[in-house]
Design a protein around this ligand. Structure first.
Ligand code: ARG
Length: 429
């Protein structure tokens, strides 16, 4: 590390500490190479000028404005900050299955900023949080946006909207056992009027995006993993209501029929998509619906969840869908379904998000396609194409720098990048 570079690093770190707001001065980053995520071209001999947290210029010989700082990343490949379109930032399944009944909202609120920081340090500068309790994701998003905490940009779904007895409810317990949630503090709702009201309530309280359960799930105790859990009318109502408020919708859907129902309802993304068939694939291509498939999860669940005391029924459900989901993901990729990167982080430890890249490549994508899923495609799904997802003039200076070429070695993205910048502030190391 050159003395000049070290000095710059210290200054940037100082600038970035205190509050996590973006630095005021200009930055000139000397790039080893910049990956153009649209074409896969490696642009060499480039510099990036950052001002006010935004990329102002990219070119071979830029001038650093007076008082600006230079960053020497000439040994590294620069990529846009990564995006994970499916996280659960308020929790993590690293304790015991029954921890969920022992923890309070305060326990979760204490740990959520830690998870957010780990996610950011792993190179994920934007996340779409697909279900958190107690509006924790909204609070976290706001604190990060106000520069009080360090973390990724967050699009918050708040509560998972699910029917009574669904994946989003508490299932598998004695009916004598009652959980005293005020109605407003769960996503459980039924009927066309009920789900419309729930969407309105979540939007009123800060939801950026709406998530609902179209089908049963794995990590819950319903018998089925894929049966539909809302009627077509209820799904239509959720989607039309959310769209009326200008919010996009992601549907949790493992089951073959539930996927089709959700696509018919007009969702923007299918989450998991495990048991999709050829007709479902054709429907998604026709409607341009994104697939967000958590193809790393199965490894972690089968390795850890028995030890964590999860009921055998849940482990069996995972065995039922895990490999099929990957084979179907491969089919969908081959057919040309649009894919955005999303991992279900929180099921596995936050910060390990990048482990999914190698799986996406193993199951049919080129390394460039996997990177596009986490950059331009994710930005498109999230409605952020004009602001993020590529190293381009006018976009946020959300950048990561890695040592080597991820197009030939995708698992480079598994470890924390050498540098992570968000909005022009160096946030890692
Ligand atoms: N949250 C999802 C569920 O419980 C996780 C599914 C994990 N398994 C998988 N093969 N993707 O349904």
């Amino acid at each position: 590390m050159s003395a000049r570079f070290f000095l710059s690093l210290c200054l940037i770190t100082l600038l970035a500490s205190g509050t996590w707001a973006q630095p005021s001065g200009a930055l000139l980053i000397k790039a080893g190479a910049i990956l153009d995520v649209r074409t896969g071209k490696m642009l060499t001999n480039q510099q990036i000028l950052v001002e006010g947290g935004i990329i102002k210029a990219i070119g071979p010989a830029l001038k650093l404005p007076d008082g600006g700082l230079e960053l020497d990343w000439s040994s590294y490949t620069i990529l846009p900050g990564l995006m994970d379109c499916h996280t659960h930032i308020s929790g993590q399944s690293d304790g015991n299955y029954y921890d969920r009944f022992r923890k309070t909202l305060a326990d979760m609120a204490i740990l959520a900023p830690v998870y957010a920081k780990r996610t950011l340090e792993a190179g994920f500068t934007t996340i779409r949080d697909m279900g958190s309790t107690g509006f924790l994701d909204v609070a976290l998003r706001n604190a990060i946006n106000e520069g009080k905490l360090q973390g990724p940009r967050i699009l918050a779904a708040t509560y998972y909207i699910g029917s009574t007895g669904s994946h989003g409810d508490m299932v598998g317990f004695s009916p004598w056992l009652t959980f005293k949630f005020p109605e407003e503090m769960t996503g459980v709702s039924d009927g066309v009027d009920g789900v419309r009201k729930k969407v309105r309530y979540l939007v009123k309280n800060g939801a950026d995006v709406i998530k609902f359960g179209a089908s049963a799930g794995v990590l819950s105790e319903e018998e089925s993993v894929g049966a539909p859990q809302y009627t077509q009318e209820e799904m239509n109502a959720i989607v039309s209501e959310a769209h009326m408020w200008g919010k996009r919708v992601g549907a949790h859907a493992h089951g073959t029929e539930a996927i089709k129902m959700a696509v018919r309802a007009g969702v923007n993304s299918i989450e998991h998509g495990s048991l999709i068939d050829d007709e479902g694939i054709a429907m998604m291509i026709k409607s341009g619906t994104y697939l967000v498939a958590d193809v790393y999860n199965d490894d972690y669940i089968l390795a850890e969840f028995s030890r964590l005391g999860f009921p055998q029924k849940i482990i069996d459900k995972e065995r039922l869908v895990g490999q099929t989901q990957r084979q179907n993901f491969q089919k969908a990729v081959k057919a040309g379904v649009k894919v955005a990167f999303g991992t279900d982080a929180g099921v596995y430890p936050h910060g390990d998000n990048g482990k999914q890249f190698a799986h996406m490549v193993k199951w049919g994508m080129t390394p460039l396609q996997a990177i596009q899923a986490a950059t331009i495609n994710a930005a498109d799904l999230l409605g952020l194409s004009d602001k993020a997802g590529a190293v381009e003039v006018g976009k946020y200076a959300d950048l990561i720098a890695v040592f080597g070429n991820p197009l030939t070695k995708i698992d480079l993205l598994e470890a924390n990048p050498n540098f992570v910048m968000k909005g022009g502030a160096l946030v890692h190391p």
